[in-house]
Design a protein around this ligand. Structure first.
Ligand SMILES: *Cc1c(COP(=O)(O)O)cnc(C)c1O
Length: 354
């Protein structure tokens, strides 16, 4: 049969998002959403939004939102770029900072699985750096690649492991390549590289409202870097969609990021539940990687990752399992509320009885 698809559309392997099933109510611990609702200030902004204003295009420069982000991050608004989720910003990074006929992008073999998808989509070479046996990233190996630039998720996904800031700074300072830091999980680690963007012109920090601000449904992310890097992203955006951030999103996210106290408190609860969950999992025979994020990555001595994943799903608990070499014995479990985590632990003890 004749195909009307391009060669690219016929051949790419797209990213597989975590399942969002609607068949029944699950304890949903598979896509690293925050268990707590967005801040009451964000809700007030949402509730007072003038519906009729939706007839107008949003501010293409997202000025108020960028100013709110700049205020919260201690940078200037001209150093902030906003996008429809940080996934969109990461996508724009590839054509902005990598040449299709160049030396490509370097990243770990076990990291956010969108990076290789973007490389394939934009025809950018992949320089894959294998993680060490303990799932840490070797900067020596990263330095050893010929790549035009580097992507590091910090804390990493799906391992949860965080790289201390001084180690990162040493790498950035010694490098003349762009270093893109994906800080989606930074609110649960608490040592952002944003201050480095004032010191080095080769570092771009990408963040999101999805995890730490309980706003995964609104689709908003941002990047911080020197003006030249931000301009690169703006140029790519304007080749694709000049209005990626809608008006409701701009208003709600500006209010959210200004409510520092609320999120500090809620994310601290996630961090303390993470500690409890890790200890409980270890008690029941799991090996748990040290997590600096809002999920734990764990493998069991006796049960395979697939068995745990399927057993939990049957019992109404969703976690993420990656059918991938090196990590297929693990499951990634989002840290939920205390009640959700108890539900998970109960389901697990049921599975592990046999
Ligand atoms: C969740 C996640 C993102 C995507 O965030 P959105 O802003 O929701 O698109 C980016 N990077 C990593 C490592 C993530 O886990």
């Amino acid at each position: 049969m004749k195909t009307y698809l391009s060669k690219k559309a016929s051949s790419v392997s797209p990213y597989t998002a975590g399942e969002q099933p609607k068949d029944k109510k699950y304890i949903k611990l598979n896509t690293n959403e925050n268990p707590y609702p967005p801040s009451p200030k964000a809700k007030a902004e949402y509730d007072s939004f003038a519906f009729s204003d939706l007839k107008l295009y949003p501010d293409p420069f997202a000025k108020k939102l960028r100013e709110a982000i700049a205020g919260a991050e201690g940078v200037d608004a001209e150093n902030v770029f906003c996008g429809n989720g940080s996934d969109e910003i990461l996508a724009l990074c590839f054509p902005a900072f990598f040449d299709a006929d160049g030396k490509g992008a370097a990243f770990a073999d076990i990291t956010y699985s969108f990076y290789p998808v973007f490389c394939d989509f934009f025809g950018i070479k992949k320089n894959i750096v294998p993680l060490e046996d303990d799932f840490t990233l070797s900067f020596e190996k990263l330095k050893g690649t010929a790549a035009q630039g580097v992507l590091i998720a910090n804390p990493n996904a799906p391992t949860g492991i965080g790289i201390p800031l001084p180690e990162l700074e040493a790498f950035i300072a010694a490098s003349d390549r762009i270093v893109i830091l994906d800080e989606a999980y930074m609110p649960f680690f608490g040592q952002t590289a944003v201050p480095l963007t004032k010191k080095y012109d080769n570092v771009l920090v990408v963040k999101t409202f999805s995890k730490g601000y309980s706003l995964a449904g609104i689709r908003c992310g941002y990047a911080i870097g020197c003006r030249a890097l931000i301009e690169g992203l703006e140029r790519m955006r304007d080749c694709f969609n000049s209005y990626p951030v809608d008006s409701v999103c701009q208003a709600v996210c500006a209010a959210a990021i200004s409510d520092t106290e609320y999120y500090r408190e809620k994310n601290a609860l996630v961090v303390s539940e993470r500690a409890r969950l890790s200890i409980e999992l270890e008690k029941s025979g799991f090996k748990v990687l040290p997590s600096s994020s809002n999920f734990v990555f764990a493998s069991h001595q006796k049960k395979s990752g697939k068995e745990i994943y399927e057993g939990l799903k049957e019992r109404g608990v969703l976690v993420r399992w990656f059918n991938k070499p090196k990590i297929d014995s693990f499951v990634r479990i989002t840290v939920g509320s205390k009640e959700e985590n108890d539900g998970l632990l109960n389901a697990l003890s049921d599975i592990l009885r046999f």
